[in-house]
Design a protein around this ligand. Structure first.
Ligand code: FES
Ligand code: FES
Length: 165
């Protein structure tokens, strides 16, 4: 990737798997992943907040790990698998979390919600029964400007229990 930036090449062709489907695209080598997903591919669930890796609004999953879409270049996903909240919604992977967020009133403006869901999903994959402290730790890298943290923790805990409120 650094080689690409240093050669003066403006664009590069990439192929990767997006939400389970193969994709080929030509991208500016300096375009970050979240801008590429939003502006070139129309996948606008991942949001842009701080653009410096602090807020978690831009979280996407690359080869199974949640990453900051604002800190990764689109050309870096060449040959990898990318999952966005759109794909995780369509597959039903986050259905329990989505129901729990609604049940617990864990959505206010919703700006942080896709990033929160992405992070919560990763937590529950690694730890099916987290404590409230573990949930707080997991979402500590996701900012909610509406400060709805209490309800968000409630929602993740509810989803972990797999139950209704
Ligand atoms: S926009 Fe990427 S972490 Fe805030
Ligand atoms: S619900 Fe508004 S930023 Fe979190």
């Amino acid at each position: 990737m650094n080689d690409l930036l240093e050669t003066g090449v403006e664009e590069a062709g990439i192929s990767f798997v997006l939400n389970g489907r193969p994709v080929r695209h030509v991208v500016p080598v300096r375009r970050n992943l979240v801008d590429f997903l939003r502006h070139d591919l129309g996948l606008t669930a991942a949001h842009v907040g701080c653009e410096v890796g602090v807020c978690g609004a831009c979280n996407v999953r690359v080869d199974g790990a949640v990453v900051r879409g604002c800190l990764m270049l689109a050309v870096q996903v060449d040959g990898l698998a990318v999952d966005t909240i759109e794909g995780m919604n369509d597959s039903g992977e986050i259905a329990g979390l989505q129901r729990a967020f609604v049940a617990c009133n864990a959505l206010q403006c919703g700006y942080c919600t896709p990033g929160m869901l992405m992070t919560a999903c990763e937590l529950l994959r690694q730890n099916a029964c987290p404590s409230r402290g573990e949930i707080r730790d997991a979402i500590s890298g996701n900012y909610c400007r509406c400060t709805g943290y209490q309800s968000i923790v409630d929602a993740v805990a509810l989803a972990a229990q797999g139950g209704q409120p």
